[in-house]
Design a protein around this ligand. Structure first.
Ligand SMILES: Nc1ncnc2c1ncn2[C@@H]1O[C@H](COP(=O)(O)OP(=O)(O)OP(=O)(O)O)[C@@H](O)[C@H]1O
Ligand SMILES: [Mg+2]
Length: 430
């Protein structure tokens, strides 16, 4: 599978922030960030759009920052999708290999198309978001992850099909399009986060990726190199903030600051207690609060999150196969003590993971678990974009007067030159 451009754009529309990353691959295969942008997100609840205009404004603002930083006009994006409406179906497929007897990319595409049509049941209000191959069996050779180039006559195997509610998918697309962009691809967020934080050895040994966001906690299990299970849990780090606000009787914003400044998720990590001052609401007097009480509030909610994850992992049937344990990511994983608590509740070895495989000067501003999804969206685009995808970017100089109305295909075909080549010239001239 090839990519159409050497520059891709990831767009993560999260419950607390919208972020955009423009990146290219360097010679060593790492992701070199050319620009990024971030805006506060106020149009989503639990990763689902509830206010189109606020979401569009946040996308526009994050995109404008990324464009300014990269000096590139963004057109097409790989946008993340999540929420409790998204679920996954395993489907089997079998095809005859083309006449040459060597598996090629169109065989793989046929295999995936057949896997889609082999789904036994799909709700009328749901549609397929994307199809991820799990493993292939070429003739009698089992456990093949990349079959291209292998000799054989038949190819069997399974695929992981991500489906979601049509209306909620349409809302995401509408927001992206209203912000003047094109949806090149859509990727289930836990798949993206997994791709960003997981090491190859973990993917092979068996690992669960846990992305603790603001509104949702996303779980993805990888065994023998392929995704096997995923789930979106509707409890996350913003619930911790709400609990703190109730517990100390403070505004949400004050509680958020307390959580970030003094928060801890594991009571036994607090050796010495200390008093903290909490601002009263609307001029009411300041109150003092013990750090240990704050920790107890946070620990209770974080424990609930990990118990829900443990239940999901046990239900999946893969618990015994998680040799590498768990990787925590997402902004919620930054609360100190979270790793220890997770290890205790899940009964697994745990590490916290920022996105991997990034190079260049902007590496440090993205080196945070909060950016795992957006970096995974970029990585997924490089791995999976097909040659029919629209280009992700266009140089500012060549921006058409009414960019929103012209299709990306038109842009690609202007003056008969491939867009990618013109982009390279443009870079060379800089
Ligand atoms: N340094 C920090 N310490 C503790 N918590 C933090 C820190 N930074 C961010 N958070 C918390 O992380 C959460 C946001 O995480 P993240 O940015 O991954 O969410 P999101 O992608 O916007 O939401 P979702 O994935 O649920 O749609 C917030 O609840 C925030 O309070
Ligand atoms: Mg997120």
């Amino acid at each position: 599978m090839q990519k159409s451009s050497n520059i891709v754009v990831g767009l993560d529309i999260g419950t607390t922030k919208v972020c955009v990353v423009v990146a290219e691959k360097d010679e060593s295969g790492k992701l070199n960030i050319l620009g990024h942008g971030r805006a506060v997100s106020e149009g989503l609840q639990r990763a689902t759009v509830v206010n189109i205009n606020k979401t569009v404004d946040a996308i526009r603002s994050a995109v404008a920052d990324a464009e300014r930083e990269s000096s590139i006009r963004i057109r097409g994006v790989n946008v993340g999708i999540s929420g409790a409406h998204v679920h996954c179906i395993n489907s089997n497929s079998e095809i005859s290999v083309n006449q040459s007897g060597v598996v090629n990319s169109s065989d793989v595409n046929r295999f995936l198309e057949k896997a889609k049509t082999n789904i036994r049941y799909l709700d009328i209000d749901h549609e397929i978001i994307h199809v991820i191959p799990q493993e292939f069996i070429v003739d009698d050779q089992e456990g093949v992850l990349d079959p291209i180039g292998m000799a054989g006559t038949t190819m069997r195997g399974s695929a992981y099909i991500v489906v979601g509610m049509k209306t909620k998918i349409r809302n995401i697309k509408q927001c992206v399009e209203k912000a003047g962009l094109v949806v090149n691809t859509m990727t289930f967020e836990p798949v993206a986060s997994g791709l960003a934080v997981m090491k190859e050895s973990e993917r092979k040994s068996g690992v669960v990726i846990i992305d603790i966001g603001g509104g949702t906690t996303e779980v993805a299990i990888y065994i023998d190199g392929a995704i096997r299970f995923s789930e979106v849990v509707k409890v996350a780090a913003n619930d911790v903030t709400h609990d703190v606000a109730y517990g100390v009787k403070a505004l949400y914003e004050v509680a958020e600051e307390l959580k970030i400044k003094h928060g801890c998720a594991y009571i036994r990590d607090r050796s010495q207690d200390e008093e903290i001052l909490v601002q009263g609401i609307e001029g009411r007097p300041q109150k003092s609060f013990l750090k240990s009480s704050l920790t107890l509030i946070i620990e209770a909610r974080m424990m609930e999150i990990f118990e829900l994850i443990r239940d999901a992992v046990q239900r999946s049937g893969y618990y015994e196969y998680l040799n590498a344990g768990a990787v925590l990511t997402g902004g919620g994983s930054l609360i100190p003590g979270t790793e220890t608590l997770a290890a205790e509740v899940l009964g697994l070895d745990v590490r916290t993971g920022p996105p991997e495989g990034i190079s260049g000067g902007m590496k440090h501003s993205i080196n945070n678990p909060m950016y795992a999804t957006v970096m995974g969206l970029v990585a997924y685009s490089f791995e999976h974009s097909s040659s029919q995808d629209y280009d992700a970017v266009e140089p500012r100089e060549q921006q058409p007067p009414v960019a929103d109305e012209s299709s990306a295909d038109d842009v690609q075909n202007q003056s008969g030159t491939r867009f990618v080549d013109r982009l390279k010239d443009w870079w060379d001239r800089l």
